[in-house]
Design a binder for this molecule. Structure first.
Ligand SMILES: Cc1cc2nc3c(=O)[nH]c(=O)nc-3n(C[C@H](O)[C@H](O)[C@H](O)COP(=O)(O)OP(=O)(O)OC[C@H]3O[C@@H](n4cnc5c(N)ncnc54)[C@H](O)[C@@H]3O)c2cc1C
Length: 407
């Protein structure tokens, strides 16, 4: 491992602790000097958030990659947070189990990085978000103490669910060292239908999916430049073979009149890699991705608006979950479009850059205008990291002043 690592143009010393205790020791040493710590897993999403400005130490998490306990019959697994997603899935697959999240670049992405970002994929419709799979967490607090919350069993409701605070916090509340997850059975059969839609039919398709008797595990709307139609509906099923066969036939019947050309049955493996292939359209170093959220009922309309404003974008919408992501075409700066998209997203909606080149990564473009509930995040961050040593400046609630002091 290189002794230094570049974070936002800062060439920083790097360490790679091999045990949670060694990780805690790193935190203790840096806390004493007030020096920031930057966690790095697979390094795929370091362009999410406000750029780092304060020099500190990079902590590679990938040496923390052991499976601690896997009681397969209980359908839970406890692993260190630096484990790669592909390795975790291989271990689960031996027991015909899986973590049903559609994580791009599984050979690089780490469990801790996925949880810190909490981005959801196609099968959120049936299975939920990364946060929904966490039942226990071991983290290092700002005093360098290992603390555990939650447990190793699925039924586990005593006390505050502190573990969930770390999911989606982008590492700003401290490093996750070890995670207990609940897992699901590996479905015996998976199937996907791709339905190139007639013009103007993406909202109708989303409405139809909502009431579809075939009960898909995924319903996505996809705009791919050069595709057979402006929008393709992707419908996913998984389960026992006879049930899936019935679902596929039923969905074909229900969507036939919306199809512009023939409905295509896809190889599940080719679609499994869809998240990765879509993500690959962005250069992790310089490309930009926008993310928007709205009520499920507004998703198809919002996705159409994004495509109209940014012709040539790859747009991926999850109408069941109110999520739209779009890969920004090269040469296009989407920042001026964000306020209009926020209005179009409606009450409670949001629009921000999920990943962007460094000069675009200001607080408003990355996280949207400040929202009242951020006061709560700020209060939590003040308690859990008063000196702002954990990924300082990544989110608005953990900014350091230009002199390096906590804001
Ligand atoms: C369907 C789907 C689609 C996605 N599409 C994209 C996409 O197109 N582009 C994209 O960039 N991402 C996408 N993501 C997010 C994806 O989950 C992350 O890119 C990736 O998994 C992050 O893993 P990583 O190990 O590379 O994390 P890193 O990039 O190394 O880290 C990401 C963040 O997590 C923090 N972190 C890492 N490990 C820990 C830890 N152990 N404890 C605390 N904080 C930690 C880091 O400091 C950093 O803030 C998608 C996710 C899903 C599920």
């Amino acid at each position: 491992m290189d002794p230094t690592f570049d974070i936002d143009g800062l060439d920083l010393d790097a360490v790679a602790p091999e045990t949670p205790e060694a990780l805690a020791q790193v935190v203790r040493a840096c806390r004493a000097s007030g020096q920031p710590l930057y966690w790095v897993g697979g390094g795929l999403s370091l362009g999410a958030g406000i750029p780092a400005t304060v020099p500190g130490t990079v902590v590679h998490m990938t040496s923390l990659d052991r499976v601690i306990d896997y009681p397969a019959r209980d359908m839970t697994i406890t692993a260190q947070a630096g484990i790669r997603v592909s390795r975790l899935q291989e271990i689960l697959a031996r027991e015909r189990q899986t973590l049903p999240l559609d994580i791009p670049w599984p050979d690089k992405a780490t469990l801790g990085g996925v949880l810190a970002c909490n981005v959801s994929g196609s099968r959120r419709l049936a299975h939920g978000t990364p946060r929904d799979f966490v039942i226990g967490l071991t983290v290092v607090d700002d005093n360098g103490k290992l603390t555990r919350s939650g447990g190793r069993v699925v039924k586990n409701v005593a006390g505050y669910d502190m573990a969930k605070l770390h999911v989606g916090a982008h590492g700003t509340l401290g490093p996750m060292a070890q995670v207990t997850l609940k897992v699901r059975p590996l479905p015996p059969v998976r199937a996907w239908l791709a339905i190139p839609l007639k013009a103007g039919m993406n909202e109708a398709a989303a409405d139809r999916a909502h009431g579809c008797a075939a009960r898909p595990v995924a319903f996505d709307l996809l705009a791919l430049p050069g595709g057979p139609a402006a929008w393709t509906a992707m419908i996913g099923f998984e389960g026992e073979a006879p049930a899936v066969a019935w679902q596929v036939a039923k969905a074909k019947e229900e969507f036939r009149d919306l199809a512009h050309v023939q409905i295509i049955e896809c190889q599940p493996n080719s679609v499994d890699a869809m998240a990765t292939r879509l993500a690959e359209r962005t250069d992790p170093q310089s490309g930009a991705v926008v993310a928007l959220g709205c009520l499920p009922s507004r998703t198809a309309g919002l996705a159409a608006r994004v495509l109209a404003d940014m012709p040539g974008a790859v747009v991926h919408a999850l109408p069941g979950s109110g999520v739209v992501r779009a890969v920004v075409p090269e040469g296009k700066d989407p920042r001026g479009l964000l306020p209009g998209w926020r209005d179009a997203a409606g009450p409670g909606g949001w629009a921000r850059l999920a990943r962007a080149p460094r000069p675009w990564r200001q607080a408003d473009s990355m996280w949207g205008p400040a929202r009242p509930e951020e006061a709560i995040s700020a209060a939590i961050a003040r308690e859990m990291d008063p000196d702002r040593i954990f990924n300082p400046n990544r989110m608005r609630h953990n900014t350091r002043l230009p002199d390096g002091k906590p804001s």
